[in-house]
Design a protein around this ligand. Sequence first.
Ligand code: GLP
Length: 255
Amino acid sequence: MLQIFPDAAVIAEYVSELLIQKIGDNPEITLGLATGGTMEPLYARFVAKARARRLDVSGLCSFNLDEYVGLSPDHPKSYAAYMREHLFRHLAFDPARLHLPDGLAPDLDAHSREYSERLLQMGGAEFQLLGVGTNGHIGFNEPGTPFDSRCHVVRLSERTRLDNSRFFEPGVIVPASAITLGMAEITRAREIVLIATGPAKAPIIAEWFRRDVTEEIPFTVLKRHPRAQILVDEAAASLLPPEVRASMMEIPALG
Ligand code: GLP
């Protein structure tokens, strides 16, 4: 379940290969996609390989985890813009199959219900990618979010807004709220891969390891998911007990 890799590039190599395999096996797969700095090397590697191998991505369907409330899809800091920049514009996806929450929906609660329904009608995600916040959030499900929560509007914690301020120009205020898939839709995915890289994630990875499943640390829910992998680089693993680090350094075989 927890695997330690030498660095972010090796994780990107492994997960991009896994994604290509999944899409090859089922060209109409439903993917759950994530944003954030952690995903950038993965998407770059995936795009390069998919191009080189002429992978057909036109049949796949994707659902992003979250979007800031108040940002239009054209806003450069929206997650819609992030996805275009890092993934969608590089390959021949079918735009009608790429789903993101709409941060400008006039009725956000109704939109959240509709987004959740749209995903459930597809049978949920077959393969869900996740990053993790320094407070353990997944999507934008902040600590304390019930595990049975569905897609909803969330007020972001100060910690999350501060962490994400690095993506905004100095002086620009990070949106105060977001729409996120809930813990229920995320954990309904048949298979989940969570990636955590860099030293800023080391404390929460160590906490994840120490603690039982608790809503206070949202991603501990993955401990009871039958097919969840937590992939960390050595920097993010640096606060795990040394004997644990030594036993988890093997790179799993694909397939
Ligand atoms: C953001 C996103 C999450 C992401 C996390 C980590 O707030 N909503 O989906 O996984 O924070 O981001 P990063 O990869 O930039 O550290």
